[in-house]
Design a protein around this ligand. Structure first.
Ligand code: COA
Length: 181
């Protein structure tokens, strides 16, 4: 994939390098906390954050051949949003042709409602097509209505459910799918 795949105003969307691991870990943990802390116990949040967001984990993810990590960066280089794609991981029990999972898709709060999410989705689709994908799928918490509304705007539809464990809490995700044209 080319280094700069899409621009959004003063932002540019590029592939992450290992030098981005710490900043990616910071925005990932912070956005997860801001979005979900009110609906989870502090203990479950702590367990989940500690097991998911750490610079060493993100360093490994960035180097993982099975993942694509895309960053939207502002003019100062700060990360305004990111997407992580995972290959070879089909949706549970759903017939698909050549799926890529949209494993994580986070926009920093000041950029919500600004159109950045749509630009990042376009960049993610381009990266997925370069992987030979014919559809995107994702899991989104049944209570995350803003994200579901955004995904529906992008053409995803709900096709099933899966369990996603936050700390000790097994939560129900909607599985959403979008075929590429
Ligand atoms: C999900 C996310 C990427 C979407 O980006 P965004 O810039 O907020 O998306 P948009 O504003 O373009 O679209 C969201 C839509 O939901 C609507 N919405 C906002 N709050 C809502 C709510 N509580 N319930 C239902 N819809 C809601 C908005 O009005 C908007 O629709 P509209 O354009 O028709 O007005 C972003 O909000 C985000 O990163 N959230 C935190 C992390 C997260 O939840 N990631 C997804 C994990 S699966």
């Amino acid at each position: 994939m080319t280094a700069d795949v899409v621009s959004h105003g003063s932002l540019r969307i590029r592939r992450a390098t290992v030098a981005d691991a710490e900043a990616l870990s910071e925005i990932g943990a912070r956005t997860f906390f801001e979005t979900f802390a009110a609906d989870n116990t502090p203990e479950d949040m702590k367990l989940f954050l500690e097991s998911t967001w750490h610079p060493e984990l993100q360093r490994a993810e960035i180097q993982d051949e099975g993942l694509d990590t895309l960053l939207a960066c502002d003019a100062s280089g700060a990360i305004a949003g990111f997407a992580q794609l995972r290959v070879n991981h089909p949706p549970p029990g759903i017939a698909v042709r050549a799926p890529v999972e949209l494993k994580r898709f986070y926009i920093d709060k000041p950029w919500h409602g600004q159109g950045l999410a749509r630009s990042l989705m376009e960049a993610a689709e381009r990266a997925a097509r370069e992987r030979g994908a014919r559809e995107f799928w994702l899991g989104v918490w049944e209570r995350n209505e803003r994200a579901q509304a955004f995904y529906r705007k992008c053409g995803f539809r709900t096709v099933g459910k899966q369990i996603f464990v936050v700390g000790t809490d097994p939560q129900t995700d909607h599985v959403m799918l979008r075929e590429f044209e």
